[in-house]
Design a protein around this ligand. Structure first.
Ligand code: XMP
Length: 324
């Protein structure tokens, strides 16, 4: 019988057999899959694994701390954070096309990651990191067997998913597992709930939730609105009912509002709560009115420049989950 503990033991053995006394590197995205894969490999080879976390500046509030503090203290992995916020902002300046954004974010991510690997190699006296840990799951393995229709709709750059022509041997300890098994393995390895139960978040992050150009100021506005929405959904106990709830900033749209005795001319944000099994199709979630009211009141009161909150009531299809 396959218990979670026996899955862990078997994968730890396999990783040891594959990597021997070599060195491995893993890009952490903050998501469940890379976090669990890295924790497994760390259990197998300890500090011969180094994790790299690229802060591309498109993260949500608190995500960097979650990796640097909670994940590291739970696992003891050796972590290097690369602060690449300026670099990504510069690369995204003036760009409004969604696919262009994805391409740029994916490209910059690979460059930053490669440089980090070179720095680590130099630090290790020129010793190359031969192994690359990836959180590939069974459904990813099956899906990449043939181009699905969905793949043509959005390029789905999985930041952290690096191209195959990089000069590494892949270590993929989750290749036989489904998502729920991965979460159980994560729990077995002692990872915090906040990571194990995390809802999906796209690799290009908030970059594809700002409709229009991505700027530091707009990111700050969206980050604040998103944090409030997440806080209230969690407080209402709705996290498990929702697949995810993107908050989208319509940065090029303004509408007239009134606050106190003054006229405002701010941006709308869109709440996009969805229910889904696998993200291929989705339904808009019927959130309780009280929760919607709290989110709306707090965002318009607390986030300067946002004076309107709207609700997306479109299923997928015809809408996709993300707006870009
Ligand atoms: P869509 O918008 O295509 O999203 O209905 C389906 C799921 O995929 C996520 N998503 C992405 N994930 N890179 C990712 O890693 C991307 O470029 C990307 N685009 C969308 C989205 O959050 C949803 O869970």
């Amino acid at each position: 019988r396959w218990t979670t503990a026996s899955i862990v033991d078997e994968q730890v053995e396999r990783v040891r057999a594959q990597v021997g006394d070599g060195r491995a590197i893993c890009g952490l995205s903050g998501g469940v899959d890379s976090a669990v894969a890295a924790a497994l490999v760390h259990r197998a080879i300890g500090d011969r694994l180094t994790c790299v976390f690229v802060d591309h500046g498109l993260l949500r509030a608190g995500e960097r701390a979650q990796v640097e503090r909670d994940y590291v203290s739970a696992t003891g992995v050796r972590l290097v954070t690369v602060d690449a916020r300026e670099r990504f902002l510069a690369a995204l300046a003036g760009v409004t096309d969604p696919e262009q954004k994805r391409k740029i974010i994916g490209r910059e991510f690979i460059r930053v990651f490669e440089q980090a690997e070179l720095d680590l190699q130099a630090e290790a006296g020129g010793d190359k990191y031969r192994y690359l840990v990836q959180g590939t799951l069974y459904p990813d393995v099956v899906e990449s067997g043939g181009g699905t229709g969905a793949a043509n709709i959005k390029s789905h750059h999985n930041v952290g998913g690096l191209p195959e022509d990089l000069d590494f041997e892949l270590v993929e300890p989750l290749r036989a597992l489904f998502k729920d098994e991965v979460r159980r393995v994560g729990t077995e390895l002692g990872l915090p709930e906040t990571i194990v139960q995390r809802q999906p978040f796209p690799g290009p992050g908030l970059g594809i939730r700002i409709i229009g150009e991505v700027t530091a100021e707009r990111l700050e506005i969206l980050r604040a609105a998103d944090a409030i929405a997440r806080e209230e959904l969690t407080a209402a106990g709705l996290d498990r009912d929702i697949w995810q709830c993107p908050v989208v900033l319509l940065a090029d749209v303004r509408s007239v509002g009134v606050q106190g005795d003054g006229r405002t001319y701010g941006h709308p944000v869109v709440l996009r709560p969805v229910s889904s099994e696998d993200a291929m199709t989705a339904d808009w979630t019927r959130l309780p009115y009280e929760t919607l009211e709290r989110v709306s009141t707090r965002i318009t009161n607390e986030v300067a420049d946002v004076n309107r909150v709207v609700l997306d009531v479109t299923s997928k299809p015809p809408g996709t989950i993300e707006w870009e």
